[in-house]
Design a protein around this ligand. Structure first.
Ligand code: HEC
Ligand code: HEC
Length: 290
């Protein structure tokens, strides 16, 4: 494979490695971004759909249906998705840099759609990896929930929150997922593991696109049994069986991807797709914050 832009590959690598090392930090130094509760829940729901969209894109690329993949990318992540995501709303409460990463994600998804429509898988993987790089970048820098000191909330923000409650009282919008009841430090540890999983996924996509088995193996192992072993006991004690039934196999599937790292792209994509069903299923069921 010809690497057209070695600079951007190096940058990506730096990003991925940067996120990997944060797994062992027990402090969440990301910038906290306050938003009204309703908006925050809306954003998290969008996020879950982002992950689902990536899964569906990979699934269709595995079936060689690049047109379908292009469609999903444009409508669910691309510039066409901006109005459904209430982006103009969100843009106002986000710091400029964060908002810029969000815009880059939409642009990268639309660019991916254009490349995928051309019908060539390899350039399409490269374009897709530009999309997932924005997921990794934003998650490394920002959080909207978790350890938010109360005084961080400005008067203005509190007012907005009050308003948003009166404007959108729909009950079905409330986040009814099961709260795992983690302490602050457990949350920090757990969410860092989650971001590691996202980076692993990102690097696996790069690996599939560049036929680099070594990279796939290394990336997958970060989220395999090693992570399962290193998860603090107190977290393991708190999670219910239904959680463990999704979490355990997820680590195992990363190991399976590592073992089969030099399989063909189609089989690796299928495996990655199966793995991602677990991400989606667990996110639909559990949360760590109120
Ligand atoms: C502009 C910033 C930004 C971008 C881009 C972004 N995210 Fe997020 N995402 C966040 C924030 C902030 C959270 C909440 C994290 C926290 O507070 O710990 C989040 C949470 C999530 C969650 C957890 C949702 C839940 O169930 O609560 C998933 C899954 C997720 N993102 C996936 C993705 C994927 C996949 C992409 C790329 C296609 C992506 N995100 C792009 C900012 C971003
Ligand atoms: C066994 C359950 C489970 C599985 C499996 C799982 N997650 Fe999560 N994930 C969670 C929970 C719970 C949260 C916190 C959601 C919340 O509180 O809104 C989370 C949050 C996240 C976040 C947000 C992290 C942050 O704070 O920035 C990302 C990104 C994420 N998950 C990615 C993934 C990916 C990618 C996979 C699959 C490879 C995956 N998760 C599999 C339970 C799971």
């Amino acid at each position: 494979m010809i690497i057209k832009n070695p600079m951007s590959i190096t940058l990506l690598f730096t990003l991925v490695v940067g996120v990997c090392s944060s797994v062992y930090a027990n402090e969440d130094k990301r910038q906290f971004v306050a938003m009204p509760k309703m908006m925050q829940q809306h954003q998290l729901a969008n996020m879950r759909d982002h992950l689902m969209a990536i899964n569906e894109i990979l699934f269709n690329m595995g079936k060689d249906d690049l047109d379908k993949a292009a469609n999903i990318a444009e409508n669910r992540l691309g510039m066409s998705s901006l109005s459904t995501h209430g982006a103009s709303h969100m843009g106002k409460v986000m710091p400029k840099e964060m908002s810029a990463i969000g815009t880059n994600m939409h642009k990268a998804a639309s660019r991916f759609a254009l490349v995928a429509e051309e019908g060539d898988a390899l350039p399409a993987y490269k374009a897709l990896q530009e999309v997932t790089a924005t997921c990794v970048a934003c998650h490394a820098g920002y959080k909207t929930q978790g350890a938010a000191p109360k005084e961080n909330k400005s008067h203005d923000m509190a007012l907005k929150e009050k308003k948003s409650h009166t404007i959108t009282p729909e009950k079905d919008k409330v986040d009814q997922r099961i709260n795992l009841g983690f302490t602050t430090s457990e949350k920090v540890e757990f969410l860092a593991e989650m971001r590691q999983m996202l980076s692993s996924l990102q690097a696996i996509i790069i690996g599939i696109g560049s036929e680099n088995a070594e990279k796939i193996m290394k990336a997958a192992r970060y989220s395999g049994n090693r992570m399962a072993r290193e998860t603090p006991q107190s977290i393991k004690d708190k999670t219910p069986l239904s959680f463990k039934k999704l979490g355990g196999p997820t680590h195992m599937m990363f190991e399976e991807i590592a073992i089969r790292a030099d399989d063909d792209a189609e089989s690796l994509l299928e495996l990655t797709g199966t793995l991602m069903k677990n991400c989606v299923a667990c996110h639909a069921m559990f949360k760590v914050s109120d």
